[in-house]
Design a protein around this ligand. Structure first.
Ligand SMILES: [Ca+2]
Ligand SMILES: [Ca+2]
Length: 490
């Protein structure tokens, strides 16, 4: 029996309900829908519904996908945590706020005048009568001050670590891989899931907007041994890799995506570590999927099962060896494509489960979409578009493109078929996914694509805010020099 029928069955036997229970039910019926938002750090498309890797095991995310809509062509506003999350929560693009690099949560609204005017997504729900609660990494460090009514806290780092690293010793990055610690209960993501489960078990007298930010599969790829065991090394399939793939990209593309602290694919091959890294990432994905499952189970067993929209997203993609990288932080598909699954409240919408939308959408679209689903008034500051019509009609004609920005005036435009990238120095890349899903062959400048390229250019942002001083970035030499120059001239 599905939940809806179960609920109707329950109403039918209302005589069996106590007066108090009936009152609770009536209140729920009148309420705006609740929202449960689950954010998974550095989760690329290696989840069942996106088919990004044949070895992935994500039974809980798979079941969520079956209940709602999977956006198979969703992209992050920026290919790293801080600016992506700041963009989702403000509803403003990085090119508008100037938040291109890492940012302290407390500084987001100090980035520039447009950022100062923004109302965080959670604040918007609170202003409209919602109780707001969060746990874990929702913004970059945790949450921005006063952005939620209640905060369950965030573990300071990325979980427990062994006394000595296993494989990768560059301390400028958390990157390392191996089985650690012994039990799920030692992981902060487990605690976050339990905190959310407890919240869902409470009696709420207002509709709620609840957010949980999980840390895995962000590096280090440390999770208990059992998650490695379900991904045996001998079965691991390596991602597609073309040696010399970067020979046909502009120098600036190599400069912005250079991260000298990270392993390269050539290193991984020489040291026979590539399969181990992939195993560590897959194990981390399966672990975090189990934490998602704890929360979904709690919701299913709560009084809110039928009146809650669930949204799950990753904050950007991740390369696991493609284009010689184990990193986010580029404008290519591997770093921009991210999971986005939305399940509407079961008692509000019917007939749109198990949908797949292939039209291009951005995480920037989440803000206007969630407030639309919940029946709240439009926030005219939002730069994203309401994508809820695609949940009802996945093949709806769609004129929008998904834009990802990395540093000032470097943008990728993704449509159903193409990825067009334009950098600050005017150089370009163009990939035709009909023939080249791996983005191996840059066809920018090919006369056969001239007209297409002109059409794609129209989607480039018109804002190109200067790099905000509250946003810093030091891991990449090109951006380090750029931000230092900007500071010295301001
Ligand atoms: Ca991230
Ligand atoms: Ca290439």
């Amino acid at each position: 029996m599905d939940r809806r029928n179960f609920l109707l069955g329950t109403i039918g036997s209302a005589v069996a309900l106590s007066g108090c229970q009936f009152e609770v039910f009536n209140q729920l019926k009148k309420q705006y829908p609740n929202v449960l938002m689950l954010i998974v750090d550095d989760l690329n498309d290696w989840i069942g519904p996106l088919g990004g890797h044949p070895n992935t095991k994500t039974p809980n995310i798979d079941r969520l996908a079956r209940q709602g809509t999977v956006f198979s062509n969703a992209h992050a506003p920026a290919p790293l945590c801080g600016p992506s999350r700041a963009s989702v929560m403000t509803g403003l693009a990085p090119a508008t706020t100037g938040i291109y690099g890492h940012v302290k949560d407390i500084d987001i609204k100090r980035a520039n005048p447009k950022a100062a005017e923004s109302v965080f997504l959670s604040e918007y729900f609170r202003k409209h009568g919602y109780y707001t609660a969060a746990v874990g990494k929702v913004f970059h460090q945790g949450i921005a001050p006063n952005s939620f009514d209640e905060f369950g806290g965030r573990y300071k780092g990325f979980g427990p670590s062994p006394d000595e690293r296993f494989k990768w010793h560059d301390k400028r990055t958390n990157t390392d891989w191996g089985a650690f610690p012994d039990d799920d209960e030692q992981m902060p993501d487990y605690d976050a899931a339990q905190w959310l489960a407890k919240q869902l078990g409470r009696n709420h007298n207002k509709p709620f907007f609840m957010a949980g930010g999980f840390l895995r599969p962000h590096a280090p790829w440390y999770v208990p041994q059992k998650w490695f065991d379900i991904h045996p090394l001998e079965d691991i399939v390596l991602p597609p890799f073309l040696p010399n793939d970067l020979d046909d990209v502009p120098d600036i593309a190599k400069a912005v995506s250079a991260h000298p602290m990270m392993p390269t694919t050539e290193w991984a091959l020489e040291n026979n570590e590539w399969k181990n890294i992939v195993q560590g990432y897959l194990a981390s994905v399966s672990f975090v999927d189990s934490c998602v499952g704890i929360v979904l189970d709690a919701l299913e067993n709560s009084p809110y099962a039928d009146n809650t929209a669930v949204v799950l997203w990753g904050d950007h993609g991740y390369s696991l060896g493609e284009k010689s990288k184990f990193a986010k932080m580029s404008l290519w598909e591997r770093a921009t494509r991210t999971p986005l699954i939305i399940t509407p409240p079961k008692n509000k919408v019917s007939g749109d489960a198990n949908n797949v939308v292939n039209q291009p959408v951005s995480l920037l679209d989440l803000y206007p979409t969630l407030i639309k689903i919940c029946g709240l008034p439009e926030n005219t500051q939002n730069q994203g578009v309401d994508i809820s019509p695609l949940m009802r009609q996945p093949d709806l004609p769609w004129q929008h493109a998904a834009v990802t920005t990395y540093g000032p005036n470097n943008h990728a435009v993704k449509t159903s078929r193409y990825r067009y990238i334009k950098y600050a120095d005017g150089s370009e890349e163009l990939y035709d996914h009909e023939y080249d899903v791996n983005e191996w062959h840059n066809v920018a400048g090919d006369p056969r694509y001239y007209q297409i390229q002109q059409e794609l250019i129209r989607h480039l942002p018109t804002d190109n805010a200067p790099w905000s001083q509250v946003s810093n970035y030091t891991g990449n030499p090109y951006f380090k020099a750029l931000t230092e120059n900007a500071s010295s001239t301001q």
